[in-house]
Design a protein around this ligand. Sequence first.
Ligand code: EPZ
Length: 421
Amino acid sequence: MEKLIVHGGSPLKGRVNISGSKNSSLPILAATLLTKDTCTIRRVPDLSDTNYMVRILGELGAEVERASGVVVVKAEKIKSVAPYDLVRKMRASICVLGPLTGRLRKCTVSLPGGCVIGDRPVDLHLKGLEALGAEILVEGGDIRVNAPKKTFKGSTMNLMGKHGSTVLGTDNIMMAAVLAKGTTVIEGAAAEPEVEDLANFLIKMGAKIEGAGTNRIVIEGVKELHGAEHTVIPDRIEAGTFLCAGAMIGEGITIKRVLPEHLKAVTDVLKKCGFPVEIGKDSISIAPNPAAKGFDLTTLCYPGFPTDMQAQFCALACVINDVSTITETIFPQRFMHVAEMKRMGADIDLQGATARIRGGVKMKGAPVMASDLRASAALVLAGLVTEGRTDVNRLYHIDRGYEHLDDKLASLGAQLERVKE
Ligand code: EPZ
């Protein structure tokens, strides 16, 4: 295993290119299973999660070629059983459930395990497939779907759960419904940009979809889909992570190749705190502000403040000389980073799903344990501004979802090194 040694205190300055979105790439790669034609997906980030998805497609029988950020998939003949040993390693593999159901009308996909950010149920995915006429059997850790032609057809459903809508659940139902006879209406759909990006790819394949990017999506089933080419949208969470870094230390940075409108909830908070945020067509600049004010935010479904930026804002709050609060409503247990930041001297009080951070206290580097993808990135951010050395262990969490994070931070002036643990 590897760890990242972060030497705190180096100022950040300069520009960095943001990679393609992990959370867009994964469902779009899964969607290539919906056609036997060739699909070309561009700007797929080089991550262990996207590597897993490429391996899953291959194990399902697709021919897959990958050259740097371009993945070419030809799923001429595919199997109906997703490989357990791969699927269990990445929760997002659940997004092969929809395309396998749509294309084959039957499939077996192992139940994704939980993870450190909390329980990861799939009841809404299954509710949606049942609404389309599929028979679902969950046994032995597997989800078995059978959607015979005579019963598999479009219908109206609501995918809203107690923690809001479901991103991958919306993706799965969309990918099944595009080949289900008749009209499907998804009420309570997730409106995240990654869902809209998937819909745009499906439309290029010949699907009939309206309303993607809103909470009501209408799909007219078609007989089959053809191949298509698509470039994945920029990763708004990687972008937001770098904006936090630029606000925390140095003389200001610019992130390039982004879609600023996807980050509005994040830049709105940064502006309200008093950070100098400049928004361009495909770039955003930011710099620290010693007089920045604290924030009070609550994570919500898009277009609200994203849960995937919550840990990074905990780190940012530590350098604001004020009190900030963060309430997590999507994954109420998603605070693994708090205990680790407190080891570095952070003053954070966690009450239920609300963290209260008193910033401006002197923190000291310490060995810390990465737990989930975004918590790990937040610990790196904390290390950047903390005196001394911070060892972020279990770096594989970061490599799951950030393309060359350490190289990009080093190019901005951060002092860090990747070593074997
Ligand atoms: C996607 O996960 C993202 N992952 C997550 O990003 C992100 O945190 C999450 O959406 C919320 O925005 C990918 O896109 C690959 P959900 P997903 O279904 O779709 C509950 C990252 O760091 N729920 O939208 O799995 C669930 O427990 C990752 O990049 C049900 O109750 O999340 C949660 O509380 C982490 N039943 C809420 O809904 C269901 O059937 C939102 O989950 C499904 C979900």
